[in-house]
Design a protein around this ligand. Structure first.
Ligand code: ADP
Ligand code: UDP
Length: 240
């Protein structure tokens, strides 16, 4: 049963589970934010779409033997997950240049990265999530060398699986952000969400942006686009 509110973030609320201290409920909100909260809006149905999309993706990763915090979807907007202590890193994998890397390094948008790039950012809103090198990450978090390597390898494995999944859905996976957390016993697992809020997805045929850039750049109706992503994933993943 849903217990007390542990945390409210920009996109989700996090609840305790009564009598199950090792679990949490993530409740997806309809809010959309960009530019570290400087642009804000609310879209009816967004929480449902991100919850259902994330759930599909984590189920797919589990079928590919890639463990995560995900236990199950509870209803349209909520999911049950294993409680972790989140490592304050945003692990970004890039297949194609877009977003901050084009501005930071002057790389032309759409340039391909072969092999894909892994970047680390410090998950700290007050500092606008600055980019980190490995030494910064080791200093600022409690992960050791081996664990940092493990996290980067996992992120690249997730990339291979997601590229396949989205490819089948007619989408190019441009880039995405992952978070990892520690379970009670210290094991590091994939956590948080994987949705069009945290991935860049481009239609393979038209090149159309089908992710949060629609909101960031005011390109069209976010809900129509996210519904389309869910529909494509439903056609390309087995229902439970
Ligand atoms: P933000 O904190 O960036 O505004 P959200 O609105 O998505 O983000 O809030 C959800 C919070 O829940 C995030 O801080 C995320 O790191 C955290 N979280 C996600 N999965 C887990 C988990 N399994 N255990 C503990 N915390 C989690
Ligand atoms: N991303 C995210 N949360 C963040 C920052 C980035 O989910 O706090 C995702 C973003 O949606 C994109 C990828 O990580 O898919 C790379 O983002 P980038 O560094 O290009 O930053 P942006 O220009 O999107 O702010």
């Amino acid at each position: 049963m849903k217990g007390s509110l542990l945390y409210e973030g920009k996109a989700k609320k996090v609840y305790h589970v009564t009598d199950e201290a090792e679990k949490l409920i993530l409740s997806y909100k309809n809010d959309a934010t960009a530019f570290n909260g400087k642009k804000k809006d609310e879209f009816e149905g967004k929480g449902r779409l991100n919850n259902l999309i994330t759930s599909r993706i984590f189920e797919y990763l589990q079928q590919q033997q890639l463990p995560s915090h995900f236990i199950k979807a509870l209803n349209d907007t909520e999911q049950l997950v294993a409680k972790t202590t989140i490592i304050p890193l945003e692990v970004v994998v890039r297949n194609i240049a877009a977003g901050s890397i084009t501005r930071r390094l002057g790389i032309v948008e759409k340039s391909a990265f072969n092999p894909p790039l892994v970047e680390l950012f410090y998950k700290k809103d007050e500092l606008d999530d600055p980019i980190l090198n490995d030494q910064h990450a080791l200093y600022l978090t409690n992960v050791n060398d081996k664990e940092l390597e493990f996290i980067k390898q996992k992120a690249l494995q997730v990339n291979e699986h997601l590229k396949d999944l989205f490819n089948q859905a007619g989408l190019d996976l441009v880039d995405f952000k992952l978070e990892f957390g520690r379970l009670e016993d210290g094991t590091i697992v994939l956590a948080d969400e994987i949705s069009p809020d945290t991935c860049r997805l481009w239609d393979k045929e038209t090149g159309e942006k089908m992710d949060k850039d629609v909101f960031r750049e005011s390109l069209g109706d976010l809900i129509t686009v996210y519904e389309n992503i869910l529909q494509r994933l439903e056609e390309n993943t087995c229902a439970k």
